[in-house]
Design a protein around this ligand. Structure first.
Ligand code: GLU
Length: 450
């Protein structure tokens, strides 16, 4: 989208030229630059200090070969990435994604978003992201282990508890974090909090598994309460995806009195008008590692439909896209608006296209952008780092309470920034501005270090 400011347009064009063909990265940068126009109009120092020119260029991008041997003895090669985007606020922090769609554009868009998301949490974390085009789907546990060990053999040269702390993302859960952690410890002979999302037996935090989904619901409830004087209670909810974010979003939505009627995976979606049984989804996805289609063998009245984007045709008041980037486009948004959707909040990273966001906002739908709405996961990773540093742990109640406070704090910062910059309720602009200002201040204070 065209930027209505000459300086921002120049920065954006240089990003496109320097990163040719990286459309997801361009999209993420474009949205942030657009939101920051009112900031640079008030603050010439931001331009003078080259804050934005520096911020759009990663501090470091590591790309490496990951060779591994499959169960048949065949040698396979994947590509590994880690982008260390910005360390102004703390050690680089962000997940690792294992999915065939991973490339440098996807890693850079995720790493760029992570800078602002981490800043919004108020915790001392810089922004980073990594991953590989390896597909864990259909691989044996041993194949996944050998891949993770090979990946960590290279990654271990670049990370550390005070340098860069990876975690999970799509395709990386407790099993993968365990293999990665074991290999790091073996290579470095160090038992440290170099990864988050660890199992409880190895320094993990209670509530980390649930945190992104729970946080998404705490945020959505804040939007309802403080902007519309309403709540999730009694609303029909649709959640795309059935991974870690979607499962715990569904659990919390039901706990808050919402009725979750549909969930999906990359092959299709299930519709259960009497309310999705989250325990069955957990059984299928977390234990059996099977497709969501299996749900209909447990719940006979439920329907299964191929084509996962069809999920947005179901009438609902709350839509929570928790699958992947650009999964909810203008066409789906038009249907949701026609069906009377009241709130949309992003559980995945950048799941709603810019045109769809514009339509929601124009139609008066509450919209919670990913950087704010899904920050609960990384926030709880930050709490895991604190517990590791103390060599101590907090109870579930303590972690959940802190998570809730952080999500309310994120909502307030984004909402207040939206009011201060004359677009009250536009949380896209508010989250980008609030996240940016903290990073900008640290970069200014640290001089031209990066
Ligand atoms: N991958 C998650 C995110 O997108 C969590 C990252 C972390 O815990 O470091 O924020």
């Amino acid at each position: 989208m065209e930027l209505k400011n000459k300086y921002m347009e120049e920065v954006y064009n240089s990003v496109c030229l320097r990163n040719p063909g990286e459309t997801e990265f361009h999209q993420a940068v474009n949205e942030v630059l657009e939101s920051l126009i009112p900031v640079i109009e008030k603050r010439p120092d931001i331009i003078e200090e080259g804050i934005i020119d520096r911020m759009v260029e990663p501090e470091r991008l590591i790309m490496f070969r990951v060779p591994w041997v499959d169960d048949k003895g065949k040698i396979r090669v994947n590509r590994g990435f880690r982008v260390q985007f910005n360390s102004a606020l703390g050690p680089y922090k962000g997940g690792l994604r294992l999915h065939p769609t991973v490339n440098s554009s996807v890693i850079k868009f995720l790493g760029f978003e992570q800078i602002f998301k981490n800043s919004l949490t108020g915790l001392p974390m810089g922004g980073g992201k990594g991953g590989s085009d390896f597909d864990p789907k259909g691989k044996s546990d041993n194949e996944v282990m050998r891949f993770c060990q090979s990946f960590m053999t290279e990654l271990s040269k670049h990370i550390g508890a005070d340098t860069d702390v990876p975690a999970g993302d799509i395709g990386v859960g407790s099993r993968e974090i365990g293999y990665l952690f074991g290999q790091y410890k073996r290579i470095r002979n160090e038992f440290t909090g170099v990864l988050t999302g660890k199992a409880l037996c190895s320094g993990g935090s209670l509530i980390r598994t649930e945190a992104t989904g729970y946080g998404l619901l705490y945020f959505t409830e804040e939007m309802f309460n403080k902007i519309n004087q309403d709540s999730i209670k009694g609303k029909t909810v649709i959640i795309s995806g059935s991974g870690n974010v979607a499962i715990y979003a569904a659990e919390k939505a039901q706990e808050m009195g919402g009725r979750v009627v549909a969930m999906s995976d990359s092959s299709g979606y299930i519709y259960d008008p009497s309310g999705i049984k989250v325990d069955i989804i957990k059984q299928i996805k977390e234990k059996e590692r099977k497709r969501i289609k299996e749900y209909t063998t447990y719940v006979k009245e439920a329907e299964y439909h191929e084509d996962c984007s069809g999920i947005w045709n179901i009438k609902c008041q709350v839509a929570l896209p928790c699958a992947t980037q650009n999964e909810l486009d203008l066409k789906s948004a038009e249907i949701l608006v026609k069906n009377g959707v009241l709130a949309v909040a992003e559980g995945a990273n950048m799941p709603v296209t810019p045109e769809a966001i514009e339509l929601f906002q124009k139609s008066g739908v509450l919209f919670g952008p990913a950087k704010a709405a899904n920050a609960g996961g990384v926030a709880t990773s930050g709490l895991e780092m604190s517990q590791n540093s103390m060599r101590y742990f907090w109870t579930s109640e303590e972690v959940d309470k802190k998570l809730k406070e952080i999500m309310v704090g994120i909502f307030d910062s984004a909402y207040n920034a939206s009011k201060e910059y004359n677009c009250p309720g536009d949380l896209v602009v508010g989250a980008n501005i609030a996240g940016f200002l903290r990073v900008a201040e640290a970069m200014k204070w640290q001089g031209i270090a990066y």
